[in-house]
Design a protein around this ligand. Sequence first.
Ligand SMILES: [Ca+2]
Ligand SMILES: [Ca+2]
Length: 480
Amino acid sequence: MKKTFLLSILFSTYISYGTAQELENHSIPEEKTRVIVITDGEADDRASMVRFLLSTNEFDVEGIINSSSQFHWEGGKGWNAFHPVEWIKEYIELYGKVYHNLLLHDKRYPSPEYLLSKWKVGNIKGNGEYEERTEGAQFIAKTLLTEDHDPRPVWIQAWGGCNTLASALKIIQEDYPEKMEQVADKMRLFLIWEQDKAYQEYIRPNWEHYQIPTIISDQFDCMAYIWNKVLPATVQSFFQKEWMTQHILQGHGALCEAYPNKKGAFNAEGDTPSFLHNLSTGLRNMENPGYGGWGGRYVKVRNNVWMDPKPSSEYNYPTGQYGFDNSWSKMMEHYTDSAQVAMRTRYFQPLWRWLDKVQLDFAARAEWCVKDYASANHHPIINLNLQSLDLNAQPGETIKLDASQSKDPDGDLLKVHWWMYPEAGSYKGNFHFESEHPKTAFKVPQDAHTGETIHIICEVSDNGEPALTRYKRIIITVNH
Ligand SMILES: [Ca+2]
Ligand SMILES: [Ca+2]
């Protein structure tokens, strides 16, 4: 974060910075996302938990619940073995060892005692078992039934099976049928595949008609065990041994040292996209799974259920359970033909396009475990010239865009990158927009039709180490 004259010449497109005093009126947003994690405790869940705990300054954690999955259950043998439930407690205790240092960087980090109070054991005794009223299921039910007048939804992330969630919803249906609609209004679901039969067997027939926003992800898989087969080489460098060892594993305190890795390299974090979706990056993806963000981009396939955009027209959405056995990712995993590999790379792009920034964000949080505020990096704060991020404009109209008043809490130099995200909007004309200037202008394409939307991303990165990025998304609706 040293700012030298030379640096400001080298980074001629960087803009000037604000001091910490100037930033008092630009403090980090207080509103956090309410989340419940349901995990089957696989090694990659334990890796995800390290990153999750380091991200809890942005969440109100309403539950961390052990569950089984089709892969792991209590009593399962070999690959199906179940990791003892106490691993969650152990990771929270490791978080406790770095908690006071994390507070130096964001006072919103929850105490380890608070997190432990949210840890409960759900349905773990079998693959897809959801009849038992376990403590974890009852805890989820109670959280969803509580009338706390909090308008924020509760995002439920299934890192494992849906059985504990199914059990919770069944309790609600049996004991409080009159509350089902109200509970459904409060819920958002992010499923990492359907990792057991419980979604199809119970949740879909009883709850899907309430139009609960539900993402069933397959593109997560590029962050799981196949990352070194399917990610582009430039992105892979952020997952290889050299990078991971330097930025996460060594010298970053007890929690990062316990990160399950593969001989110093990234192993897998298949479940991580479910909470990347809940980070307040500024991408507004929580408003609509079709907008795209750090947790990927999805399309609506039925009711309010969202799945991955098709790799090609030859792929069809599943009618039943979607998971390991019929996953598109698994079909494409072993492609070697160059056209097929290119298709696979495009398929995963909604997720990997952000992953360099995602890894740098992780690295900064790892530094927060051991460094004081002045020695570490913190996210820039984007200030735009606009009253609203939702604009109406006519074809040919010019919209002035200005991010030059953006600030950085560390006084870092900032670099602005504006770009149009065609897949996120409904305008499908052949039009490209990109700019590296803090002040620029966007001219609405002449062939845009009334009602079509155009998404413009303002991406601001600092020159701290590791560099951090935040975003704003402007959505233009075309009118005449
Ligand atoms: Ca898992
Ligand atoms: Ca910074």
